[in-house]
Structure formats: structure tokens, C-alpha cells
Design a protein around this ligand. Structure first.
Ligand code: SF4
Length: 315
């Protein structure tokens, strides 16, 4: 599967960063760990093509150096519970059975007990990690209807395997995160999401789902030509507009309608579930949830509250 070449690079500079966010859209204050840059899974809509210009998948090999940066970032944080993830420039699990990069990070967060590490993936493989998992690691899966996986995520794990693995993570003592991202609109997608949410509530313990994010398909202008190619034509169903950050998104009215449908479907399964929108405007937040989430700080506080409600005084 991993035919793309992997190169281990000398680790220097800032590997741990604040998520860059996007202009006039609300960001959750995530911290990214650029442990791996590049991905073997080749989803059709992947935006990494716009940002990474290398034929190699780069792995930063100096884990102690990275842990020092994470430690300093946690110690600098005075007001919030920091959340870190390795899934921004790659998939957190796709190469892990081979290269075993997550184990020291999982152990570090388990000892520190002041922050959360999120492993975000579409690759259902955690057996090599289960002996080390602890509540300070959140195992997360991006989920789409199987129809979308077959069409756009051909190299990833099927939906049932992702859900089975998420269940295994819950049974190993972790909370899991779920990401409906990207949500792609196509003829009949509403029914497919209804079945997907039904499957989630049947297979997972919803009390151990720490968060669910929702993000409709969006992409930078650099990728427009790529999206216009014949094999990706399914991605451009619907009406798109360029946002204030320059990215293409579905029109606002449509985004609110789709998010609201998903939000209500999820909430009917478990009222307490914490659902957030990834990089959306405050008027969209209001239209979907009825809540006034006016800036990044307001969203970060919602995360703090959610984490405290699940971890009590243990974080
Ligand atoms: S799994 Fe994520 S990072 Fe990897 S190709 Fe798919 S969208 Fe890109």
C-alpha cells in the first residue's frame, strides 16, 4: 500500500504550531504536531496537494525534540486545556504500524495529564497501540457514507472497520472523536448520513464520544482545476462560492441546511454530544445550533467545558 517513498528528515524549527485557522471563520484553537508530512491514502479531495510539494512523505525522526516542544507549549498555556493533533499534514495512523511514531507521544500525554493528543485517521489499525492507550489520547475517525469511501477514499479502511476500531479504542479506555469532514453533497446524501448516524449509535458508546466535528467540502482556488478533472466531477455537485478566506465552499444557505440536518440527527441519538463546526462563520454557527459562538475564544471555552465535564479534576 505504501508505495510512495518515505524519507526521514532532520527535525528542526517549529514542529508544534497553532492551527493557522482561516480569515473570518471560527477556529477551535487546535495545536498541530507536524510529525509526518504527506499521506499515502490519496483521497480525491485531499487539500494537502495545495500545500505540500514533495514526492516524498517526510517523517520527523527526532521524537525527544518534538516532545520538548509539546511540553513547552503545554506549560505556556495558562487558561485552556490544550488539544494537539498529528492529523493535519498526514493521517495519524496510516503509517504507524510500520514506523511506531505514536507510542512515545501517547505515553507522554498519559504522564503529563494536562492536555489531549488526538490521533485522527481513516486507517483502522490500533492493535499495536492498545497496550499503551490511556484517557489522554483521543482516537478519532473521519467518517463518510460507504458510498463516498468507495468513490473518493479508495485506499482507506471501510466504514465498518473504522467503527469497529473506534469501539476497540473505547474499550481500551479512550474517548473517541468523530469527524464528518468533508461532507460532500450528492443526490441522496441525506439518507446515507441517516444510515451512517444510525450505525454509529448502534456500534459505539455515545457517552464515550468526546466530540463530533462537521465540515462541508471546501478547497483553495489552487485546487479548482484538479477538482474539475473528470474523475473528480462528483465533488462539484451543488453551488459553490468563494469565501472571505478565498476558499471555495457550498453557498451559505445550503451549508446551514446540511449542518442543521446532521446536527439534529446526532442530537436525537444523544442530547449531550458535543458537536462543533470546523472553520465556519458565526452566523452559520447561530443558524445551525442557535448558540452565539462569536469568536475563537468562545469555541475554545466550549471545548474546555466539554473536557472538564468528562475528565473532572483529572486534567
Ligand atoms: S487521509 Fe487525510 S491526509 Fe490522507 S489523503 Fe485522505 S484527506 Fe489527505
Amino acid at each position: 500500500m505504501d508505495s510512495q517513498k518515505v524519507s526521514f528528515v532532520e527535525t528542526k524549527g517549529n514542529i508544534v504550531k497553532n492551527c493557522p485557522g482561516t480569515k473570518n471563520h471560527i477556529c477551535c484553537g487546535y495545536k498541530t504536531i507536524d510529525l509526518i508530512e504527506g499521506c499515502i491514502l490519496s483521497c480525491t479531495y485531499c487539500v494537502l496537494k495545495a500545500y505540500i510539494n514533495s514526492p516524498y512523505i517526510k517523517i520527523n525522526k527526532d521524537i525527544p525534540y518534538i516532545l520538548t516542544q509539546i511540553n513547552e507549549t503545554i506549560d505556556r498555556e495558562e487558561y485552556h486545556i490544550p488539544r494537539f493533533g498529528t492529523g493535519e499534514l498526514s493521517d495519524s495512523l496510516a503509517l504507524d504500524r510500520k514506523y511506531r511514531l505514536n507510542k512515545p507521544l501517547i505515553e507522554f500525554f498519559g504522564e503529563k495529564k494536562k492536555a489531549l493528543l488526538e490521533l485522527k485517521s481513516k486507517w483502522a489499525s490500533i492493535d499495536h497501540l492498545t497496550p499503551y492507550l490511556n484517557p489522554y489520547t483521543v482516537v478519532s475517525f473521519s467518517l463518510s457514507p460507504q458510498r463516498v469511501i468507495d468513490r473518493e477514499e479508495k485506499r482507506t479502511s471501510p466504514l465498518y472497520k473504522r467503527l469497529k476500531t473506534a469501539r476497540k479504542a473505547q474499550e481500551s479506555g479512550c474517548f473517541v472523536g468523530l469527524h464528518f469532514d468533508p461532507v460532500i453533497i450528492y443526490d441522496g446524501f441525506e439518507k446515507d448520513y441517516e444510515y451512517l448516524i444510525e450505525d454509529i449509535s448502534r456500534l459505539l458508546d455515545l457517552k464515550k464520544v468526546i466530540w463530533i466535528s462537521m465540515g462541508l467540502l471546501r478547497f483553495p482556488p489552487k485546487l479548482l482545476n484538479h477538482f474539475l478533472e473528470e474523475e473528480r466531477k462528483n465533488l462539484l455537485y451543488g453551488e459553490f462560492i468563494r469565501g472571505e478566506d478565498g476558499k471555495y465552499r457550498y453557498i451559505k444557505k445550503e451549508r446551514i441546511k446540511v449542518y442543521k440536518m446532521l446536527y439534529e440527527l446526532v442530537k436525537t441519538k444523544e442530547e449531550e454530544l458535543f458537536v462543533y463546526l470546523c472553520m465556519e462563520r458565526k452566523d452559520v454557527w447561530k443558524g445551525v445550533t442557535g448558540m452565539a459562538v462569536d469568536d475563537n475564544e468562545a469555541l475554545i471555552k466550549l471545548f474546555d467545558r466539554r473536557i472538564k465535564s468528562l475528565y473532572g479534576g483529572t486534567i
